[in-house]
Design a protein. Structure first.
Length: 83
């Protein structure tokens, strides 16, 4: 089973969300449609702006934590600015 580390961006609110999942399409629907409470509900709609595939959950979790660090967020915001 593959795991995807993903970054979502809310253009309307200029917010980002970083996570990982084994089913990106379903997870994106959860963020944009099905969830009833939580951070992502407030800033809909979300679009996927970055993904990475990992062969196991522990690698994906490690990378998710790296992207959530100050350097990781700097990398993400620079990517958004270049769009």
């Amino acid at each position: 089973m593959m795991f995807t580390v993903y970054v979502l961006h809310s253009t309307n609110h200029n917010k980002i969300y970083i996570g990982y999942t084994s089913d990106l399409a379903n997870r994106l629907d959860s963020h944009n449609i099905y969830a009833k409470k939580g951070y992502t509900v407030r800033y809909r709609p979300w679009e996927v702006i970055y993904t990475e595939e990992h062969s196991n959950k522990s690698e994906a979790l490690k990378r998710e934590k790296q992207l959530k660090s100050a350097k990781g967020r700097e990398f993400i915001w620079k990517m958004i600015e270049k769009k």
